[in-house]
Design a protein around this ligand. Structure first.
Ligand code: ADP
Length: 807
């Protein structure tokens, strides 16, 4: 450890320093201006050229006294002195050694002090501890230099080679931007080891501060860079938008929506929601996809009729007039609709069940609903539910899904524009349900007056009031409407039209409408009743008039083309012209077959599209008693065929067959087109008749059609849809219908024209069918063998075997 020794005691002039401290070995220059100091310099130049440099504790003091000066300073040699034009003197000094002031010998004109100069320690044999400490200081100093921008970067090289620890410490300290008090402390520390340690401490503190400073700087810079970048980009975008002419289109958009909001009447709840979303939209940058999502949602909220209402009053007279004007016939239907409207009028709101117009296609369900809307002067909207299997189609998707949309109900309400339109839900029976949820339960909520005041759509989120909407539904098959829904509805059944009705509809409605659509004046196209009948009979076969309307439209098109091309001025459409226009007839009218046949029987089926003729065929081939079934047979129909077969087997003797006849033959039953499964059993008697015919080789009358379920013992059970089936038979030109006795009550639903032109035969047992259907009846006696005479039905005695019935 170095020890200090203060040997020489000498007197020197003193130069007080302000804001500056000179370490021994340090060379530097500064300007001197104070009078007292200049005098000290002059004195010094006259003597040894040495003086004591002592720092002032407070640099602000102009005329320091003894107390203002530190009592340890640096003895320095003045190497150069230069008088500057302004009277001050620039000096170049070199620190020599530390010196302690013992006393002031002169203080008036200049300071003169008696000092003890600190002798430097000898470090030539300095130990490793110094070396280590110096190395640490050097290391810290190097890092400090790297971080610091204030210190001259050359400083490192100026200290690195110094081997004297005291000089080294002073040289490093001289480079540090420390406060005078701190520098003075280092100067006063005479113990070199301690001085080095202090220096190390200062350096590491400084370095830490610098590092912190640097981090802060970096953070600030990054932040600045980001905001600057954003600002720059935004400005650039603005400039581009300006160039493109849509400057600030987001705020323009928001502004426009705000205006819409102001003009629109809506419940407070909705208004608040719109305002909130508008605020959100404002904050979303123009190019963001989220903006579109919010915008679309806002458009929906602003477009929906929350308050807007069309006239509520129900004008019954007008309703009746419109219904009659737009639809031929349908008296009962119109009456029921008017009754329904009357109740609405009395109650003043939409209560009670929903109307369901049920029936085959093309019978006017949709157009009736449209007329109701016209009659009530309310907008008409329509949503088809056919094939809807997802609840979301009714209720919408949540907005979190990409491309989410409201459901069909809300979509319909938007296009209606008022909250009380006539809303047609088409094909409600064609709705299916699967794993995506049950659409019918969502529909229940729509149709239930208790719940539909606050109908919730997943997309819109805010409850929407549907209680003023007049819902009307349509269906082809009411049995396929889910039970709970059916309960809510008042079903109005429409049936197919007769030929006469169709003729009137086409004359009074379809033809004038199509002519107008094709811009044909009344006298430009004439078409006689015969020709219209031909269209009905040979170009369509349907319960309704949809196909007929299409055919009429096709004829109008052809005529319009001929007139437009200048070929003719007016055209009278004749039977011949029709073939030119539409090609040869598509359907044959009259009896299905040319001749009475063996193993072919006309059955009657009921399908969703109305009644239909169902031709059953059986052929007998050698085999082992198998019953082969082909064609569009549903399961129920197959069972029905089995039952018919078993019946025939049990009655083999009656038909003159061996009791084991089936052991050598296979029977092949074919049904070209199947009816809907529900109606399967109604082909029972048809199949039995066909089997008997094929097995006995007797012909079946081609002008007879039949429908009825059969039991194993041959009883004939009731069936459904007799009205539609009879109309189909009538359309096909058949004149005799065999039907179960229990269906007699349905006969009164059949239009009078049809009843007048056809004969209906009610039967209870298969034997009666057998007696009616065959061209050559089975001998009566054979039946008598099985039936007691008194139980035999009258009809068996009174067959149409003999005169008249058949040609
Ligand atoms: P649905 O909805 O029952 O399938 P539409 O209502 O679409 O049938 O009817 C098909 C076409 O037939 C429509 O142009 C309709 O105006 C017309 N139509 C049906 N029945 C009548 C009728 N009784 N009087 C006048 N036009 C009718």
């Amino acid at each position: 450890m170095a020890t200090k020794s203060e040997k020489k005691q000498l007197v020197y002039p003193l130069l007080p320093l302000r804001g500056l401290l000179v370490f021994p070995t340090m060379v530097l220059h500064f300007d001197v201006g104070r009078e007292k100091s200049i005098k000290a310099l002059e004195k010094c130049a006259m003597t040894s050229n040495q003086l004591l440099l002592s720092s002032q504790e407070d640099g602000q003091v102009d005329d320091p006294t003894e107390e203002d000066l530190f009592h340890i300073g640096t003895l320095a040699k003045v190497k150069q002195m230069m008088k500057l034009p302004n009277g001050t003197i620039r000096v170049l000094v070199e620190g020599i050694a530390r010196a302690r002031i013992h006393r002031f010998t002169k203080t008036d004109e200049w300071f003169e002090v008696e000092v003890a100069v600190q002798e430097e320690q000898d470090f030539s044999k300095s130990n490793a501890e110094y070396q280590a400490l110096m190395r640490s200081v050097l290391q810290q100093f190097e890092q400090y230099l790297k971080l610091s921008k204030k210190v001259d970067q050359e400083a490192y090289s100026s200290v690195v080679d110094i081997s004297d620890p005291s000089h080294f410490a002073d040289a490093v300290a001289a480079h540090l931007p420390l406060k005078i008090r701190e520098k003075q402390q280092l100067l006063e520390e005479l113990d070199v080891m301690k001085r080095l340690e202090k220096l190390l401490q200062i350096l590491s503190d400084e370095r830490e501060i610098l590092e912190l400073e640097r981090n802060i700087h970096q953070r600030v810079r990054k932040q600045m860079e980001r905001t600057q970048k954003e600002y720059y980009l935004r400005e650039q975008m603005k400039a581009i938008q300006k160039e493109l002419g849509d400057r600030d289109s987001r705020s323009a958009e928001v502004e426009e929506l705000r205006q819409q909001l102001e003009q629109k009447e809506m419940p407070l709840l909705v208004k608040e929601k719109v305002e909130k979303e508008l605020e959100r939209l404002e904050r979303i940058p123009q190019a963001s996809a989220e903006g579109t999502v919010v915008r679309t949602y806002l458009d929906w909220l602003l477009a929906l009729p929350w308050i807007e209402t069309a006239q509520q009053r129900v004008d019954l007279r007008r309703a009746e007039k419109v219904l009659n004007e737009e639809h031929y016939g349908l008296e009962k239907i119109k009456e029921r609709i008017l009754e329904f409207l009357a109740v609405q009028r009395l109650s003043g709101k939409m209560t009670g069940p929903i109307i369901c117009l049920a029936g085959p296609p093309g019978v006017g369900k949709t157009s009736l609903a449209r007329s109701i809307a016209t009659a009530l002067k309310r907008p008409f909207v329509r949503a088809s539910l056919g094939g809807v299997r997802d609840e979301a189609e009714i209720r919408g998707h949540r907005r979190t899904y990409i491309g989410a949309m409201p459901g069909r109900i809300i979509q319909g309400m938007k296009s209606a524009g008022v909250k009380n339109p006539v809303f047609l839900l088409d094909e409600i029976d064609k709705m299916a349900n699967d794993f995506r949820g049950d659409p019918s339960s969502a529909l229940l909520e729509v149709l239930d007056p208790e719940q539909n005041q606050t109908f919730s759509d997943h997309y819109i989120e805010i409850p929407f009031d549907l209680s003023d909407v007049m819902f009307i539904t349509t269906a082809n098959n009411v049995y396929q409407i889910p039970g709970p829904l059916r309960d809510r509805m008042e079903i109005i059944q429409l049936s197919g039209y007769t030929e006469l009705e169709k003729l009137n509809i086409v004359k009074q409605h379809l033809l004038p409408r199509q002519k107008e659509k094709h811009a044909l004046k009344a006298d430009q196209m004439r078409i006689s009743e015969d020709v219209l009948l031909m269209l009905i009979r040979h170009y369509t076969r349907e319960a309704g008039v949809r196909q007929l309307e299409r055919v009429v439209a096709a004829v109008c098109r052809k005529v319009a083309r001929r007139i437009a091309s200048g070929e003719k001025k007016r055209i009278t459409v004749q039977t011949k012209t029709i073939e030119d226009f539409l090609g040869p007839p598509i359907y044959r009218y009259g009896a299905q077959e040319e001749e009475d046949q063996i193993g072919v029987v006309n059955g009657l089926a009921w399908t969703e599209t109305g009644g239909d003729l169902l031709s059953v065929e059986v052929s007998v081939v050698p085999g082992k008693g198998k019953l082969v079934l082909t064609g569009h047979l549903g399961d129920v129909m197959r069972e029905s065929a089995q039952t018919a077969f078993s019946y025939v087997r049990s009655r083999a003797g009656q038909f003159g067959l061996q009791h084991d006849f089936y052991e050598n033959v296979d029977l092949h039953v074919h049904v070209p087109e199947g009816a809907i499964p529900k109606d399967g059993p109604s082909a029972g008697i048809t199949m039995a008749t066909c089997l008997i015919s094929a097995l006995t080789g007797r012909r079946v009358r081609r002008d007879v059609a039949m429908t009825g379920e059969i039991t194993l013992r041959g009883r004939v059970l009731p069936i459904g849809g007799l009205r539609e089936k009879s109309l189909a038979a009538h359309r096909a030109g058949i004149r005799h219908v065999i039907h179960p006795l229990d269906n007699v009550k349905d006969l009164r639903d059949i239009p009078q024209v049809v009843r007048d032109e056809m004969e209906f035969h009610a039967v209870k047992h298969m034997d009666e069918v057998v007696a009616l259907a065959f061209v050559e009846p089975f001998p009566l006696e054979e039946f008598e063998g099985f039936y007691p005479t008194d139980k035999m039905p009258d009809i068996l005695r009174n067959t149409f075997s003999g005169e008249g019935a058949h040609q």
